[in-house]
Design a protein around this ligand. Sequence first.
Ligand SMILES: [Fe+2]
Length: 306
Amino acid sequence: MAISGVLRPGFIQLRVLDMPGSIDHYTKRIGMHQVTEGPDGRVYLKTADEFDHHSFVLRRADTAGYDLMAFKVLEDADLDKFEKRIADYGIAADHVPAGEMPGIGRRIGFKIPSGHRIELFAHSEQSDPKPRVHNPDVWEVEPHGMRALRFDHALLYGPEIEKNLNFFEKVLDFRCAERVDMPDGLLAIWLSCGMKAHDIAFVKYPEPGKFHHAAFDLENWNDVGNAADILTRYDISIDIGPTRHGITRGQTIYFFDPSGNRNEVFTGGYTYYPDLPTRTWDEKELGKGIFYYERKMNDAFLSVVT
Ligand SMILES: [Fe+2]
């Protein structure tokens, strides 16, 4: 496990069609809190269990989908180190000044082979609500909605994921916890920068830059059931679940925000140590890998993206 370098997912920015409906979805239903609205209209959200300024950014646009995902690095000098490694690899990084997002220091950004923008940043202010650090209660602000603990990971769809794998391993020091190999080549990868089974994942898809889901961690399987109750009570479109993944072993439910962006709430998954081997799946058991109980994929999982 890296003691310097990329620490963990920091935040994701998604495009939404309906800002008030989206804010209601992510705050009232998923259980996040709105931190602030920026001068350009972007809305910044976090869970009450996160310290950093925000973990989720919504931008009003005419199409739903993915703008960027940012990973936090340990210290400012790591940004220079990674900028050089990225440039040496042959990818150009650009600079985003401190304050372009409220509470966030300078960032570097770059486009990976699948067409997605990834950013790195070292500094975030803290914002309320956040956990107390001295004699802390299990929560400071009473949990509501699905009781999301944190923004956990994203699954992105695009071409050239073999190149993504090479870049994330060689340049950003991620490791591949699991992969799916089909007769015609690599279909999917789950990449970790810490001790979770994945922090970002990719599935091969012809169109670049597509978004499959952003996932929130829940405390336990009962909370996945609570999330299912909320989805039915408020008539929110469900993709699949509650069920379990063979890949990562997470217990999960997938659904859609008002703009059609897929969300996941999940719990569990194994601890990934950096010396562990990559677990591999093939076409014969892929259904069980994706949905362990159903043992087959639903059509939407492979085809519905924003
Ligand atoms: Fe996921």
